[in-house]
Write a protein that binds this ligand. Structure first.
Ligand code: NAP
Length: 214
């Protein structure tokens, strides 16, 4: 595919760009401030910042170019606006708060555990330069669990992306934990999203779970 990659010099983008090329994609790297013309590209991938992603994606969808969005921090209103634009242009926009396949399994296991253990809290831990808190993954996990689930955010050097879902009951504690040790963890999920993008309905689709069978 001919791809636009927004954020190619970032922590995720710099790992993703060579892997996309290795997989046979023709990648045009877009840095902050670069002018770009979406027409003629098969898809765009965005791993930038919460304050940049919306404009990039709006420009691409407006030009009829489908998008794969990894940038977190897009609120419900922004997602609803992007959904309306994508439907109007009959184009797909896939958004995932976490492209690591293991994180999807963690969320599924947490939803399963909640059937038996009702009291849960989430601890999400990320590198100190992550802009948004709580993380998109923590919010997506909480949305799968009943009631209001408290989320605790830790930002420290040395961390990449880690999450624990703790279930407490009298006399016992169940911990479900996922660790992203390197950003290579996000590559297979992005490749899968690109492969399946054209099968999705027009509009916004959220979550890698939607692309995976049971
Ligand atoms: P990062 O290291 O800060 O990289 C972001 C990159 O985007 C920087 O190189 C930045 O350039 C560039 N950028 C900013 N505005 C831009 C624009 N308008 N057009 C093109 N590039 C622009 O951040 P990261 O750790 O790679 O993470 C990027 C995003 O992905 C964050 O929102 C993070 O939470 C999210 N993320 C998602 C997943 C997932 O699985 N969904 C996984 C990891 C991270 P400057 O430095 O010049 O500003």
């Amino acid at each position: 595919m001919r791809l636009l990659l927004f954020g190619a010099r970032g922590k995720v983008g710099s790992v993703l760009a060579p892997k996309l090329a290795e997989a046979g994609h023709d990648v045009r790297e877009i840095r902050r401030g670069d002018s770009f013309e979406p027409a003629g590209h098969d898809a765009a991938v965005d791993f930038t910042r919460p304050d940049a992603v919306r404009a990039n994606v709006e420009t691409c969808l407006g030009a009829g170019v489908p998008c794969v969005v990894g940038t977190t921090g897009l609120g419900d209103d922004a997602l609803a606006d992007l959904d309306a634009l994508a439907r109007e242009r009959s184009v797909q926009c896939f958004v995932a708060p976490n492209f690591a396949l293991g994180a999807v399994v963690m969320m599924r296991l947490a939803a399963e555990a909640a059937h038996s253990l009702q009291r849960a809290e989430i601890v999400e831990m990320h590198h100190e330069t992550k802009v948004d808190a709580p993380s998109g993954t923590a919010k997506a996990t909480a949305a799968l669990l009943p009631g209001e689930v408290p989320i605790h955010s830790v930002r420290l050097p040395g961390l990449v992306a880690h999450q624990e879902v703790l279930f407490g009951a009298p006399g016992q504690l169940l911990t479900i934990r996922h660790d992203t040790i390197s950003r290579e963890a996000f590559v297979p999920g992005v490749l899968l999203a690109l492969e399946r993008l054209h099968e999705l309905p027009a509009g916004v689709t959220v979550g890698l779970d939607r692309l995976l069978g049971r």
